[in-house]
Design a protein around this ligand. Structure first.
Ligand code: C2O
Ligand code: CU
Ligand code: CU
Length: 511
């Protein structure tokens, strides 16, 4: 029997800001973060849930830095040696340790030894390490635009399970320019990490052992092609509420779900003012009815509650379901505009936010046609691939350091894949629809419409982009400032784990 959890009974938690353990001789903050198992109540009526989190928190503590000020982080694995979620050994080398972790700073411009390469994993106390492991203490230069990034686990073949267990958190880079804008700040700036989960009656996390209609000869456990939970959590609580003052707030929203996408809107009919995307502020504030977020996408938004004193407002998800009282994933979070205004709201919501130089004018060193394809494995399970290649085949994408390239994601499957590239922030050029049935018949690309330019809220820096079915989604990026091995992949974690991820290498032709 399904669990019925009452909505909006728990207060929205706000993650702690991580404090440095010490400073190095030259003043660099040094942090230590332990990955550990603990139990925590995720809803008033749920028994405590077993979780894996950073420093005993899910989501992990927020890391806050200023642009240009590097930090060091020692990510430490203090987890048990066995996983509490179903590991599918049929997609893994059986010699691997069952519990492995490696932390990636998503959206970060990070040198490769600190990027969290999927094969740079390590076990408890660094007793065993993966073939790409380089060092214990990661360094983040923070030489990029102010924005909200996020850190999360990226261990090969079990990323979906480690993230589902709780291994993710937010990372905010600030800069001088943003401070001059006088946006809502401090108590009025709140990260919202949205995730879906399912629970068993004893409070434990539920994650399928096998696909629902699976035949008997599938491996057990067997990876599932997609996962959506039946409850929605924000900042680690199921359907929480937030008490707000009648004024402007800035919310840094992240979709940290495994597969689920959201189309967020407010039941008050209020507009959502989007000011930023994955890679920081947009050029101009965009007034939105709904904001779509595929897994890993972020939206920086301002909500103005000044005309809603005394109201309760629900943040809804248009893509959620309201099919039955047991399935109400169309609700996300409740705002209660019941706090008195502590002081006059002097924050601003500027029309002009920043300048974004277009990459379109640069000379293009390469255009890569990258196919997102579906196939099947030896058990007739879906196997999604990039360019028909498995993860462990030799590197094929080798952009030159400092060069600008166009990557064209041609989606030949029947659903959207959020495509993500490490190291860089890109710009979306356009999306052009084609006849997929025709392509499946004779391999011809017949366009069914002109290229569609990005929507106003996608005209900023992005690191993850929705690549819809039967469309070619083109992004442009300058590859740098570091050389070395990185990855690009679909950010649906069930796809990324099997096998919709590929390496790429930034090379320096002069070396
Ligand atoms: Cu959010 Cu390769 O990661
Ligand atoms: Cu990433
Ligand atoms: Cu995908």
């Amino acid at each position: 029997m399904k669990l019925k959890l009452e909505k909006f009974v728990d207060k929205l938690p706000i993650m702690d800001t991580l404090q440095p353990k010490r400073f190095t001789k030259n003043g660099t903050p040094y942090y230590e973060v332990r990955m550990e198992e603990f139990n925590s109540k995720l809803h008033r009526d749920l028994p405590p849930t077993r979780l894996w989190g950073y420093n005993g928190q899910v989501p992990g503590p927020t890391i806050e830095v200023n642009k240009g000020e590097p930090i060091k982080v020692k990510w430490m694995n203090n987890l048990p040696t066995n996983h509490f979620l179903p590991v599918d050994w049929s997609i893994l080398n059986p010699e691997l340790p069952e519990v492995r972790t490696v932390t990636h700073l998503h959206g970060g411009e990070t040198p490769t030894p600190s990027d969290g390469y999927p094969e740079a994993w390590f076990t408890k106390g660094f007793k065993q390490v993966g073939p790409a492991f380089e060092k214990e203490v990661y360094e983040y230069p923070n030489n990029q635009r102010a924005t909200m990034l996020w850190y999360h686990d990226h261990a090969m073949g079990i990323t979906r399970l480690n993230n589902y267990a709780g291994l993710s958190g937010t990372y905010i880079i600030r800069d001088k320019h943003e401070k001059t804008l006088n946006l809502p700040a401090e108590a009025y700036e709140i990260p919202l990490v949205i995730q879906d989960r399912s629970f068993n009656r004893d409070g434990s996390l539920s994650y399928p052992k096998q696909p629902e209609d699976s035949s008997e000869d599938l491996p057990n456990p067997s990876i599932v092609p997609a996962f959506t939970g039946d409850t929605i959590l924000t900042n680690g609580k199921v359907w929480p509420y937030l008490e707000v003052e009648p004024r402007k707030y800035r919310f840094r929203i992240l979709n940290a779900s495994n597969t689920r996408g959201y189309e967020l809107h407010l039941d008050s009919g209020q507009k959502i003012y989007q000011i930023g995307s994955d890679g920081g502020l947009l050029e101009k504030t965009v007034r939105m009815e709904t904001v779509s977020l595929e897994p890993s996408e972020r939206a920086d938004v301002v909500l103005d509650f000044s005309k809603y004193e005394g109201d309760t407002i629900v943040l809804k998800n248009k893509l959620g379901s309201n099919a039955s009282p047991d399935d109400e994933t169309d609700d996300v979070l409740q705002f209660r505009v019941n706090k008195p205004l502590t002081k006059q709201d002097t924050s601003r919501l500027p029309v002009r936010l920043s300048t974004i130089p277009s990459l379109k004018q640069s000379s293009i060193a390469a255009i890569r046609n990258l196919n997102l394809v579906g196939s099947t494995d030896g058990y007739s399970r879906p196997l999604l691939l990039l360019n028909n290649k498995r993860w462990d085949e030799p590197v094929t994408e080798k952009p030159q350091l400092g060069s600008t390239e166009i990557w064209a994601f041609k989606n030949l499957t029947n659903f959207t894949h959020p495509m993500h590239i490490h190291l860089i922030q890109f710009q979306l050029l356009d999306r052009q629809p084609f006849d997929l049935d025709r392509y499946n018949k004779d391999g011809q690309i017949i366009y069914t419409g002109p290229p569609k330019p990005p929507a106003a809220n996608e005209r900023g820096w992005k690191d993850t982009v929705a690549a819809p079915s039967a469309q070619i989604t083109r992004v442009i990026a300058r590859f740098g400032p570091y050389t070395g091995d990185y990855v690009w992949h679909c950010h649906i974690l069930e796809h990324e784990d099997y096998d919709m991820m590929r390496p790429f290498r930034v090379i320096n032709p002069k070396q």
